[in-house]
Design a protein. Structure first.
Length: 319
């Protein structure tokens, strides 16, 4: 997947993503690829038929990674039936270690339009799952209930509007093996009502003792996140930190500089930001030898002839 935009996954769980075609001939070994299932707009058969064909033609006992793409044909139908299929056939996937839901790009459906559901039953049905990702917004049903999952190492929510209730469910869950957590907060216009208080339990440290990468990204309150990170105990246990894709400005940059050292990190990701060049230079120098990835600053949107016109800043992924 290319950075700072939503593109189809090309690799997942260390495997190349493969989309089987009806006329593709011989299939790759079941455990050699991440299988991507996507409905063809030109066919009348629904996802249930596609799923059944997959079960019949691939040795699912050896499948290690699964990616669910577009699951509808003509209208954006809810994800619930797809989730139910995964849950009802979970015993057919004893080797499954990675699952990504809604690998859908803007040409197929905007992230804020995806009709998602409560994905808790999927996680509960797959207790050996190590990597889980999902794309979607709170306005269209994306939800999670607190749960215990002993095997999960990587949890990723790509959202243009992440609901606070979902974030609170993550922090209320028991995930003793979790090493990577990425939350894309998104915009209030698309149901993103999470706040800095919702992630305080993560920032306090101890909640996920094995956590090594934390992504608090795509946020309209990125400066507030940066200020909280400055004194967050969890930072000491991290190897990499992503504060990218949001509205980070020099205010947040100054908070990072005034906070705890970040030089122990291998990577600080700040891409898609509104920092000035001098601030980027200061952060880069202060964080050495950690690598700071910043790229070019985003443009502020303001009328140069209007002294009262405040610049507008946008997250990378919203609609």
């Amino acid at each position: 997947m290319t950075y700072l935009g939503i593109e189809h996954l090309e690799h997942f769980h260390g495997l190349p993503v493969h989309t089987p075609e009806p006329s593709s001939g011989a299939l790759p070994a079941a455990d050699s690829v991440a299988w991507r299932l996507v409905c063809d707009y030109g066919e009348d058969a629904g996802f249930a038929a596609l799923w059944e064909q997959f079960l019949e033609t691939v040795d699912t006992t050896r499948v290690r990674a699964l990616v669910i793409g577009a699951w509808w044909h003509h209208e954006y139908t809810p994800f619930d039936p797809v989730a139910q299929l995964i849950v009802s056939h979970a015993d057919r996937f004893p080797a499954l270690r990675a699952l990504f839901l809604a690998d859908v790009v803007g040409e197929e459906c905007e992230v804020s339009w995806l009709k998602m559901c409560d994905i808790t039953p999927v996680l509960e049905a797959l207790p050996s799952l190590e990597e889980f990702g999902v794309r979607g917004c709170g306005q269209k049903g994306l939800a999670l209930r607190p749960l215990r999952h002993a095997a999960l190492k990587s949890l990723r929510f790509e959202s243009g509007g992440l609901p606070g209730e979902l974030v609170r469910a993550v922090t209320a869950s028991e995930l003793p093996a979790l090493e990577r957590l990425e939350l894309w907060f998104g915009s209030t216009w698309y149901g993103g009502d999470a706040t800095i208080e919702d992630v305080r339990p993560v920032l306090a440290g101890g909640l996920f003792p094995r956590l090594r990468h934390l992504g608090l990204q795509n946020s309209e309150f990125q400066d507030e996140i940066a200020a909280a990170v400055g004194s967050a105990p969890v930072v000491a246990q991290l190897e990499s930190l992503a504060l990218s894709m949001g509205t980070l400005s020099d205010t947040g940059g100054e908070a990072l500089l005034n906070g705890q050292p970040l030089s122990h990190l291998s990577l600080l990701d700040l891409r898609h930001h509104y920092l000035t060049d001098p601030m980027v230079d200061r952060i880069t120098t202060a964080c050495a030898p950690a690598v700071v990835e910043a790229g070019e600053a985003e443009d502020d949107y303001a009328d140069p002839d209007d002294e009262d016109d405040e610049p507008e800043r946008y997250v990378a992924v919203s609609e």
